[in-house]
Ligand binder design. Structure first.
Ligand code: URP
Ligand code: ZN
Ligand code: ZN
Length: 468
C-alpha cells in the first residue's frame, strides 16, 4: 500500500473507540488504521503518548462580520484561522451577513473574496437570513443552497436582524423545501428592549446591566417559541449558544414531542458568570456577549447537558472585538450605556483546550464524546461528513495531536487572535494541541503554522437526524 505518512502509536479517537494504533495517510486522506502500519518511503511521525483527535470543527464563529458603521471585528480570515489552528481546529464555519442593500448572493461573493488566499485551515460558510423579501427567499437561498451554502442562521434579537414569528416561519418553509439546516439565536428582543429602557431610566448603565436585561426567561421563552415554530413548520432546528438549564429543558421537551432538535453550548457558559460583567470599571465589557454568562447553577446545568448527551455541539461563538479600541468594546457611547457595547467575545483558540481540560481531564466526558461534540457532530449536521470530522478510512486526514499532560496558563500574550484580551486570562488548562494535519499535510508543527493552506469548501446536504 502506498502511504505518504504514518502517525505512529497515538491513542486514536474514532467514533465510540479510543485505542493505540497507527494512522496511514495517502493523498490527503486517511488510507489505513491499524497496528504496525508500514509502507516504503512513508514519513513516520512518532506520536506515542499523544492523542489523535479529529481536527476540531468550530461551526459557530464570526469573522470579518459587518458590525455597524463605527465598529470593526477584531479578526479577519487570516488572524481568525491562524488562532483557530493553534487551538486545535482544522475547519471553521463563519457567517455571511449582507450589508445595506446587498443581496445575499452579492454578500457571499464578497465574503468568499475576503477569505480567498487568507485561510490557514478549511472554511465553510453559513448564511445569515435577516430579511424575507422575495429575492432572498425565492432566488438567493435556493441558488446558494445549490452551490453548497446549506445552513442558515436566524435571529430573534438584535433590532437590525431579528425576524418576526411570521418571518421565521417563512424562512423555515424555504429551509424545509431545500433541506437546509437552520440555527436560531433565541432571545426575546421586545423583552430585552423593555428591560434596557427601564435600566437606563433608572440610571443603571454599566456592563453588568447587559446580563441583567437579558435574564434567563428572555432566552427560555424565545427557545420555546422557536421550537414551537419549528414544530408548526415541521422542520429540524438547532438552538445555538444555550446558556442555561431552563432553555435546555425546552429542548428536552421538544425532543420528547418527537421533534429533531440540535443543541449547542459554548465555553463561556461553562466557565464564566454574570459576575464577570460586574468587574471594576469598564472591565466587565470584556465579557459582554449574548446570551450572557449566567451563574454557577446554570454552569452546572450546562455541564449536565454535556455529560448526559443533551448537547450535540460545543462551539466557541467567537465574536472578537478589541477592548481598548474606539472601534471595539470602547466605542463611543459604550461607557454611557451597556446597550452600545458590541456583543461578543474571542474564544476560537481556547474553546478546545478548555473543554479538554475541564471535560476530559476532569473525568466529565470521554475522549469519544469530546470528539463528537467538537468535530463529528458539526460535520454531520452541516453536511461536511464523512469527509470531515472523523478519523476514518476515506476521510480527509484532518487530525490533531494532543498532549494530554501539558499544563498551560491561558494568556493573551500567547494567543493569535486579533483581540487584545482573552476572557480566560490566567485560566489553567491541562491538555494542549501540539501538532495537526490538514488534508494530510502538517498544519501545526513545532509551534509554527503552515501558511494559507486552507480554503473555502462547500457543504453537502446536512444530516439532520438526531444522533447521540
Ligand atoms: O454576543 C454574541 N454572541 N455575539 C455574536 C453574535 C451572535 O449572537 O451569535
Ligand atoms: Zn447568536
Ligand atoms: Zn454567534
Amino acid at each position: 500500500m502506498h502511504l505518504d505518512r504514518i502517525i505512529r502509536g497515538a491513542t486514536v479517537v474514532t467514533g465510540d473507540d479510543a485505542r493505540i494504533q497507527d494512522i496511514g495517510i495517502a493523498d490527503g486522506r486517511i488510507a489505513a488504521l491499524g497496528i504496525s502500519l508500514s509502507a516504503e518511503g512513508a514519513e513516520i511521525i512518532d506520536a506515542k503518548g499523544l492523542i489523535a483527535m479529529p481536527g476540531g470543527i468550530d461551526s459557530h464563529v464570526h469573522i470579518s462580520q459587518p458590525s455597524g458603521p463605527d465598529v470593526e471585528m477584531a479578526d479577519d480570515f487570516d488572524s481568525a484561522t491562524r488562532a483557530a489552528a493553534f487551538g486545535g481546529n482544522t475547519t471553521v464555519m463563519p457567517f455571511c451577513l449582507p450589508v445595506g442593500d446587498a443581496t445575499l448572493r452579492e454578500a457571499v461573493a464578497d465574503y468568499v473574496g475576503k477569505a480567498r488566499g487568507k485561510c490557514h485551515l478549511d472554511v465553510a460558510i453559513h448564511l445569515i437570513v435577516h430579511r424575507t423579501d422575495p429575492v432572498t427567499l425565492g432566488q438567493d437561498l435556493p441558488a446558494l443552497h445549490a452551490a453548497g451554502f446549506t445552513s442558515f442562521k436566524i435571529f430573534m434579537t438584535y433590532a437590525d436582524m431579528a425576524l418576526s414569528d411570521r418571518q421565521i416561519l417563512e424562512v423555515l418553509k424555504v429551509a424545509k423545501d431545500l433541506g437546509a439546516a437552520v440555527m436560531v439565536h433565541a432571545e426575546n428582543e421586545d423583552a430585552i428592549e423593555y428591560l434596557r429602557d427601564e435600566a437606563e431610566r433608572a440610571g443603571r448603565a454599566g456592563p453588568a446591566m447587559h446580563a441583567r436585561t437579558r435574564p434567563v426567561p428572555v432566552e427560555r421563552e424565545a427557545t420555546h417559541r422557536a421550537l414551537s415554530l419549528a414544530q408548526i413548520a415541521g422542520v429540524p432546528l438547532t438552538i445555538v449558544h444555550v446558556s442555561n438549564g431552563e432553555a435546555l429543558d425546552e429542548i428536552r421537551r421538544a425532543r420528547q414531542r418527537g421533534q429533531i432538535v440540535h443543541a449547542e453550548t459554548c465555553p463561556q457558559y461553562l466557565t464564566l458568570t454574570a459576575d464577570d460583567l460586574d468587574r471594576a470599571g469598564f472591565e466587565g465589557a470584556k465579557f459582554v456577549c449574548s446570551p450572557p454568562p449566567r451563574d454557577r447553577a446554570a454552569q452546572a446545568e450546562c455541564w449536565a447537558g454535556i455529560e448526559q448527551g443533551d448537547f450535540d455541539l460545543f462551539s466557541s461563538d467567537h465574536c472578537p472585538f478589541r477592548f481598548a479600541d474606539a472601534a471595539g468594546k470602547d466605542r463611543p457611547g459604550a461607557r454611557a450605556s451597556f446597550r452600545n457595547i458590541p456583543n461578543g467575545i474571542p474564544a476560537i483558540e481556547t474553546r478546545l483546550p478548555i473543554l479538554f481540560s475541564e471535560g476530559v481531564v476532569k473525568g466529565r466526558i470521554s475522549l469519544s464524546r469530546f470528539a463528537a461534540i467538537t468535530a463529528t457532530n458539526h460535520a454531520r449536521l452541516y453536511g461536511l461528513a464523512p469527509r470531515k470530522g472523523m478519523i476514518a478510512v476515506g476521510s480527509d486526514a484532518d487530525i490533531v495531536l494532543w498532549n494530554p499532560e501539558l499544563t498551560r496558563t491561558i494568556s493573551q500574550s500567547d494567543l493569535h487572535h486579533g483581540a487584545d484580551y482573552t476572557p480566560w486570562e490566567g485560566f489553567e488548562v491541562t491538555g494542549w494541541p501540539v501538532a495537526s494535519f490538514l488534508r494530510g499535510e502538517f498544519l501545526l508543527h513545532e509551534n509554527s503554522l503552515a501558511e494559507y493552506c486552507g480554503g473555502v469548501i462547500a457543504c453537502g446536504q446536512p444530516d439532520q437526524r438526531a444522533w447521540q
